[in-house]
Design a protein around this ligand. Structure first.
Ligand code: BDP
Length: 332
């Protein structure tokens, strides 16, 4: 009798629980979007993505909801790009760096020194250049809602400060997964190894690579500064990032919800860009306080000149992208 009473009580709570979860499912018309993020939770990209999911849930009254998985727990960037393409992931913030392997248009922003400054990058990405890249992404199943800032990337290593391209000669340098970056390092006589972001700390520590290149917030948030203390401000790459949605998820939305989601994406980019400016300064200060030797490179023209073969190769491989390259290269 007792056992029976216990059992029926248990069944009642199981029933109650399933009714609650059925109600939750019924009110959210579709499944929750899964979002990929490579960065730790306290990072400008992560805060932008969190604002985005809060806004879409509120503004669509729960028709579109999302959850962000931070810290790269859903896998490496090259894998995640493919998952967004097939709809196994619904949204993400990706650097356009590794996207170049799949979307040729996005490679244009991985050409060293192509943008003259961050404000110029914003103008071009929020205009014609960004639209051209978005069109390329859409052909591959990805929709760009907005462009996030990732500042400028500089070289760092455990051996010596870099002041001239000749200082890169013979260095083993980790790069993001893209042949263009291998060519970029080779043009200065270095040896580049494409490698997942998550593996870089250990590789620096054990000497598998001597150095890498990244913006100050990533150099700081990954603790790479602990194992590579020379940070040289070459600022050779300004690569924006996209807040991207899988075309599969996008096409399931009504035009009204698409407009809401897009506006929320843009608003999140405003927040992210503002946070980025603050974090860049804070990160540089933090690594300097921890013993990093940061050196300015006042005259970058020798680095720019060394990149000529990278442009020549790219334009001969992608003649159809000449106009897009020129659009950016010749902009004020
Ligand atoms: C960071 C980017 C991130 C890249 C990483 C890398 O924000 O998307 O995965 O660099 O170097 O700056 O792999």
């Amino acid at each position: 009798m007792k056992i029976h009473a216990f059992k029926s009580q248990r069944w009642t709570s199981v029933l109650a629980l399933s009714l609650v979860s059925m109600a939750i499912t019924a009110t959210s018309a579709q499944a929750q979007w899964r979002g990929w993020n490579i960065h730790v939770e306290d990072y400008p990209v992560s805060h932008g993505m969190e604002q985005f999911v809060e806004d879409i849930a509120e503004q669509t009254e729960g028709r579109v909801t999302g959850k962000v998985f931070h810290g790269g727990v859903l896998g490496s960037q090259p894998d995640a790009i493919q998952q967004v393409q097939v709809g196994a992931l619904d949204f993400a913030v990706f650097s356009l760096g590794p996207m170049g392997q799949i979307v040729p248009e996005s490679n244009v922003v991985s050409l060293p020194f192509i943008f003259k400054s961050i404000p110029q990058m914003y103008r071009l990405m929020d205009g014609e250049a960004g639209d051209a890249i978005d069109a390329g992404l859409q052909k591959k199943g990805i929709v760009a809602l907005a462009w996030y800032d990732a500042g400028a990337r500089s070289f760092y290593n455990s051996i010596k400060p870099i002041n001239t391209p000749a200082d890169v000669e013979g260095l083993k340098v980790r790069v993001m997964n893209n042949d263009l970056f291998v060519g970029m390092v080779a043009s200065m006589g270095g040896n580049a190894t494409p490698m997942a972001f998550a593996e870089v700390y250990q590789s620096l520590k054990t000497g598998v690579v001597d150095g890498a290149e990244n913006n100050p917030p990533s150099y700081e948030s990954t603790n790479h500064f602990e194992v590579a203390k020379y940070y040289s401000l070459s600022e050779h790459l300004i690569i924006p990032e996209c807040l991207c949605v899988s075309l599969k998820a996008w096409e399931k939305l009504s035009p009204e919800d698409q407009a809401i989601v897009k506006a929320a994406g843009r608003a999140s980019a405003e927040t992210q860009r503002a946070l980025w400016q603050e974090r860049e300064k804070a990160s540089l200060q933090k690594v300097i306080d921890a013993g990093t030797e940061v050196n300015e490179i006042a005259d970058k023209s020798a680095f720019q000149a060394a990149m000529a073969p990278v442009y020549d190769q790219f334009l001969s491989d992608n003649p159809d992208l000449t106009d897009l390259v020129d659009l950016i290269r010749n902009a004020d």
